[in-house]
Design a protein around this ligand. Structure first.
Ligand code: 0X9
Ligand code: ZN
Ligand code: ZN
Length: 304
C-alpha cells in the first residue's frame, strides 16, 4: 500500500498513479511526456476540476538522488484530490495541475538499484567513459554560458553534448511548450538547501518581474515558518542566492516558455542528512510544502 512513511521505487510510483487515475477518472488524466534514453515512459498526471483554469506545472526528480521531491509530488497529488480543507479545495479546484513526479526515470531507477547518490541522466557520452549529463544544465536557454555548467563529461554539472541532448529534457520541453499558454506557474522540485530560486541562473542581472517573483517567494517562506516545524526557507535569484547555473528548468521556463512565475525550490534539509532525508521527515516536509504553496498561489493570484 502506497504512503509517505518510506520512499518507493519507480514501479510503485507508477502503480500509485494508475490507482489515482482509476479512482478519480473525472478530474485526472494521464500525461505522456515521452520516453527516456533507456526506454522508460516518463509519466505525468493532470488534475483539472474546471478545464481552462490557470495552470501550474510541477517538474520533480530531475536529479535522480533527490527522492524527497517525488515523495512530495505524490503527496501533493493525494492532497489535491482528497483534502477537505477549504483552502486546499480552492487551490485544487481553481487551478489546472500538471505534475511529473519523476522526470529523470533512468537515473531514479539507478539510485534505487546501484548508486544512491547518482544525480545525472544515464545516456553514455561517446567521447568519455563517464555516463550521463546534468539534466538541469541541458535546457536550451543560454546553454553553457557564463561557466554555469561543465563541458567535462565526468563532471556532476556536465551540460551534455548540446542543448536538449538528453531525451527526457527535450520531451519535457516539448510538452511544456505545447501547453505554455495555459501556464502561469512552473516549479522545479529539488533538494536540498531550503531556498526558493527565481531566474536567472545564467546571469546575475535580475529578471523584469523580480519584485513579484520575490514577493511570491516571501509569501511561501513566511507561511512555512509559521508551522510548528518552523522550517526556514530563504529566497533570491538562482545566480544571486546560490551559484551560476545555465540551462536549468526555471530559466528555460521563464525565458523560452514565457512562464512568468518560474522557480527552483530546494527542499529540506540544510545539510544534516542532505539528499538522504529520513523518511520520518517526509510528511512534515510535505505539510511545509502545502502551506507554502497555498500562500504562494494566493499571492500570485493577487498580483495577477
Ligand atoms: O545545481 C542545481 O541544478 C540546483 N541545485 S541541486 O543541488 N538540486 O542540484 C540549483 C539550480 C538552480 N537553478 C538555476 N540556477 N537556474
Ligand atoms: Zn537538484
Ligand atoms: Zn491562481
Amino acid at each position: 500500500d502506497f504512503g509517505w512513511t518510506r520512499y518507493y521505487p519507480l514501479s510503485e510510483i507508477e502503480t500509485y498513479l494508475d490507482d489515482i487515475l482509476a479512482k478519480y477518472p473525472e478530474v485526472t488524466s494521464h500525461i505522456d511526456i515521452g520516453t527516456s534514453f533507456e526506454g522508460r515512459k516518463i509519466r505525468g498526471i493532470k488534475i483539472s476540476y474546471n478545464e481552462g483554469n490557470p495552470g501550474i506545472f510541477i517538474e520533480s526528480n530531475i536529479h535522480a538522488r533527490e527522492w524527497i521531491t517525488s515523495a512530495t509530488a505524490t503527496w501533493l497529488i493525494n492532497e489535491l484530490l482528497t483534502s477537505e480543507d477549504a483552502d486546499v479545495r480552492k487551490l485544487a479546484e481553481n487551478h489546472d495541475w500538471y505534475i511529473v513526479p519523476v522526470l529523470n526515470v533512468d537515473g531514479f531507477v539507478y539510485t534505487h538499484e546501484t548508486d544512491r547518490m547518482w544525480r545525472k541522466t544515464r545516456q553514455p557520452v561517446s567521447t568519455s567513459s563517464c555516463i550521463g549529463a546534468d539534466p538541469n544544465r541541458n535546457y536550451d536557454s543560454h546553454w553553457m554560458e557564463n561557466n554555469g555548467a561543465s563541458a567535462n563529461p565526468c563532471s556532476e554539472t556536465y551540460a551534455g553534448t548540446h542543448a536538449f541532448s538528453e531525451p527526457e529534457i527535450q520531451a519535457l520541453a516539448n510538452y511544456v511548450t505545447s501547453i505554455k499558454e495555459r501556464l502561469n506557474i512552473m516549479l522545479a522540485f529539488h533538494s536540498y538547501s531550503q531556498v526558493l530560486l527565481s531566474p536567472y541562473g545564467w546571469t546575475e542581472t535580475p529578471p523584469d518581474n523580480f519584485d513579484d517573483l520575490m514577493a511570491v517567494a516571501e509569501a511561501y517562506s513566511n507561511a512555512v515558518e509559521k508551522l510548528p516545524y518552523k522550517t526556514k526557507y530563504t529566497y533570491g535569484t538562482s545566480a544571486g542566492a546560490m551559484y551560476f547555473a545555465s540551462g536549468a528548468t526555471n530559466d528555460w521556463a521563464y525565458s523560452e516558455a514565457d512562464i512568468q512565475l518560474s522557480y527552483t525550490i530546494e527542499f529540506r534539509d540544510t545539510g544534516r542528512y542532505g539528499f538522504i532525508l529520513p523518511p520520518v521527515q517526509i510528511i512534515p516536509h510535505c505539510e511545509d510544502t502545502l502551506a507554502g504553496l497555498l500562500a504562494f498561489v494566493e499571492k500570485a493570484d493577487e498580483l495577477g
